[in-house]
Ligand binder design. Structure first.
Ligand code: 3Y8
Ligand code: NAP
Length: 249
């Protein structure tokens, strides 16, 4: 009996959730609980961490999970790493459902950096007006350069004062569009964009808007995740699940 754990939180996870629900397959959708009101999914949904690798192993066994699809974000490295180890320990087949990274095109002014510290280092020491489209978990890193103005885009209103002396937050949940991102950047006279190379369509708009405005983008490379089988579409994940179910694996 196929019983799927879908680790969600991305556009691809939402697409797969719909396909699984339409196919009437037994699946559980999992959110970390990062946002106040995550989007509802057409599957039974759990919210919150599992409690590390051990917690996930226990969950897989208790729920008799037969397959795991890790459709979390490429920057959700801890969750993806835990899934690799827990599925190996529990003997549960795992695939990653992950979109390819963005590639620069004609007119793009991208600087690739390895991590958040690299992004901070790549900014001017002061006087810049920076669109920080990286969510809220790493905003405090930019307090190292307080002389810049920062425009933050957050999913939920911040519960504490922003950790930057000259910053403004816009509250918005993607997916975003080029016209909206271009207008936002013009309204705030943005000079630099900082973004994660998350790939996918939902966050790409700001890069296209930056190209139209001739603005430099500091693009953060993905963190390391241990090797696992990667699929790049929800339909490929469905085929993997159907095939595995036929084989009874
Ligand atoms: C909680 C679920 C869907 C999924 C939609 C995608 C698209 C819109 C673009 C910008 C970039 C950012 C951020 C972003 C995008 C999609 C996708 C994506 C980037 C929700 C969601 C959850 C989260 C968590 C949130 C992080 C933050 C990152 C904002 C729901 C809306 C910046 C990543 O406030 C916080 O703590 C936010 C935390 C992790 C990164 C960070 O470090 O702050 N995503 N985003 C998931 C959970 O609890 O498990 O609330 O409905 C999902 C989506 N966010 O189903 O259509 O697929 O990428 N999410 C980045 O790409 O850099 C915004 O502003 O331009
Ligand atoms: P992370 O740093 O890799 O994970 C930290 C811990 O959060 C994990 O060890 C796990 O806790 C819990 N967790 C993460 N994703 C989970 C899920 N889908 N279901 C249950 N528990 C989960 O993760 P993150 O970067 O904070 O991302 C959190 C969520 O936001 C994920 O769903 C991800 O898909 C989504 N998201 C993240 C980004 C981003 O930029 N990071 C962008 C878009 C969407 P335990 O160890 O206790 O199990």
């Amino acid at each position: 009996m196929t019983r799927i754990l879908l680790l969600g939180g991305t556009t691809e996870a939402t697409t797969l959730a719909r396909l699984l629900a339409e196919a009437g397959m037994e699946a559980i959708f999992s959110y970390a609980g990062r946002t106040d009101k995550p989007m509802a999914q057409p599957l039974p949904t759990r919210v919150g961490g599992f409690g590390g690798v051990a917690g996930l192993v226990a969950y897989l066994r208790a729920e008799a999970i037969t397959h795991v699809v890790d459709a979390t974000h490429p920057f959700a490295a801890r969750m993806s790493t835990n899934a690799v180890h827990a599925c190996a320990e529990a003997g549960v087949p795992l695939v990653g459902l992950e979109r390819p990274g963005w590639q620069p095109g004609e007119g793009d002014r991208w600087t690739h950096v390895a991590d958040m510290d690299g992004a901070v280092a790549a900014l001017p020491d002061s006087g810049a007006r920076v669109f920080l489209a990286i969510g809220k978990q790493h905003v405090a890193d930019f307090a190292a350069k307080p002389g810049n103005f920062y425009l933050l885009r957050l999913v939920d209103p911040p519960k504490d004062p922003l950790p930057l002396p000259d910053a403004e937050a816009v509250i918005a949940r993607g997916p975003f569009d080029v016209a909206g991102d271009r207008a936002l950047m013009e309204r705030h006279c943005i000079t630099h964009i900082v973004a994660k190379n998350g790939g996918g369509a939902g966050a790409r708009a700001k890069l296209d808007a930056a190209r139209l405005l001739g603005l430099p983008v500091i693009l953060i490379d993905r963190p390391y995740v241990p090797p696992r089988r990667i699929l790049i579409s929800a339909s490929a994940a469905m085929a993997w699940l159907d095939h595995s179910a036929d084989l009874g694996v």
